[in-house]
Design a binder for this molecule. Structure first.
Ligand SMILES: [Cu+2]
Length: 287
């Protein structure tokens, strides 16, 4: 009866947990204080990642409850007081087959959607555009190879320069501007140590490794700013190389691209460059 009386409270807790898991009460695409669970999805990739996470969470919760209940049962029913003469059974073929086959089946149930997702995130066969992400100690460089090899440096805004409302450790001087609704191929690379390009709400996480180019892709469903960070420990300013993706409409993107190219040619302080006549790329940015 005690248990029955507590049921509504337990259900409320469960509902709250489900809301947090689904991101129903989430506000925007940046981390919030006391947040539990995944950031809200900014695209289909992230929804798929969250779905797999929730599936695995349910499976491990059921397994933990089952194993915990078995332990309690053994402690209560088969302790030395209640069961003074223990059984001498050492083998039970049925149970041994079951505890081998059932975990294998559980792993298969997890592996199928997991592999499907890994290959789905890996690359897109028909991207609309490409962004070259180059990691540096400690800032990002974004290249637009289809826009005359435009390259833009993106650095964190230091605490003392933050304007009211700006997010500490997440805001940058030059955001990564992309159009909404387009399949964007992302090629990551690094010029010094291993970094990682991580935007949680867009389902993007790829190493940036010197001497290697690694591919992934993303789309952004709605205009807005989506924050991420380098999440591979890369040195003293590892925590100071955030990523801010600004998704805009196609027209706004074209207008921004025109301005960015002009700025690259006329104002070196913008930390933007266009390829010169020899075709060298953003590696040659003047600092
Ligand atoms: Cu880094």
């Amino acid at each position: 009866m005690q248990l029955l009386r507590r049921l509504p409270a337990a259900l409320t807790l469960l509902l709250a947990a489900a809301m947090m898991l689904s991101g129903a009460d989430a506000l925007a695409n940046a981390p919030r204080p006391w947040e539990i669970g995944m950031q809200p999805a900014g695209n289909d990739l992230k929804s798929r990642i969250s779905d797999l996470h929730n599936l695995v969470l349910i499976i491990i919760t059921l397994i933990t409850i089952f194993v915990g209940a078995l332990l309690v049962w053994v402690m209560v029913r088969y302790n030395a007081t209640r069961n003074p003469v223990p059984s001498t059974t050492s083998h039970n073929t049925t149970i041994e087959v079951l505890w081998t086959v059932i975990p294998v089946l559980i792993l298969v149930v997890i592996a199928i959607p997991s592999f499907r997702l890994v290959y789905y995130l890996d690359r897109t066969p028909d991207p609309d555009m490409t962004i070259k992400v180059t990691a540096h100690q400690w800032y990002w460089e974004y290249g637009y190879p289809e826009a005359g090899e435009l390259a833009i440096e993106s650095r964190m805004i230091r605490d003392e320069d933050l304007k009211p409302g700006q997010l500490r450790l997440l805001e940058v001087d030059n955001q990564l501007v992309v159009p909404v609704g387009k399949k964007i191929r992302i090629l990551t690379n690094s010029v010094d140590v291993i970094h990682s390009f991580f935007i949680p709400s867009l389902g993007v996480q790829r190493y940036a490794i010197p001497g290697r180019t690694i591919e992934t892709w993303m789309t952004v469903d709605k205009p807005g700013v989506y924050y991420g960070q380098c999440n591979q420990i890369c040195g003293v300013d590892h925590s100071r190389m955030p990523i801010a993706v600004k998704a805009v409409t196609d027209d706004e993107y074209k207008a921004w691209l025109g301005q960015a190219k002009k700025a690259a040619l006329t104002d070196p302080s913008q930390r933007r460059v266009l390829a010169d006549a020899t075709g060298t790329t953003g590696q040659a940015i003047q600092r």
